[in-house]
Design a binder for this molecule. Structure first.
Ligand code: FES
Length: 101
């Protein structure tokens, strides 16, 4: 595993999603009531920035055309069989570490 610090807990308030850029990767970081989750940051529909979307419960909604993705599984709520990549997350102290490998 290759843990990379992407943010701190202060940057991802409970109930929010933020966008983080690492090299060529965009990652959407979500805080579901203290449970931090990481997903691929580009929507598979037309490349919308999921990290600029909205988190409702466990669901991230793309800001461009409102496709929805489960933050834990990456499953698309509108298209069964379509799943985006999720990444393992570890919180150490206040730091959010993600395995992008
Ligand atoms: S680009 Fe995300 S729903 Fe269209």
């Amino acid at each position: 595993m290759a843990w990379t610090k992407l943010a701190t807990l202060e940057e991802v308030a409970p109930g929010s999603v933020i966008e983080v850029e690492r090299g060529e990767d965009l990652i959407a970081l979500c805080n579901v009531d203290g449970d931090v989750r990481a997903l691929h940051g580009l929507c598979p529909h037309q490349g919308g920035p999921l990290g600029e979307g909205v988190l409702n419960g466990e669901v991230v909604t793309c800001p461009w055309h409102m496709w929805e993705f489960h933050s834990g599984t990456g499953a698309c709520g509108l298209n069964a069989g379509l799943t985006i990549q999720t990444y393992p997350v570890r919180v150490e102290g206040r730091e959010i570490l993600v395995d992008l490998a």
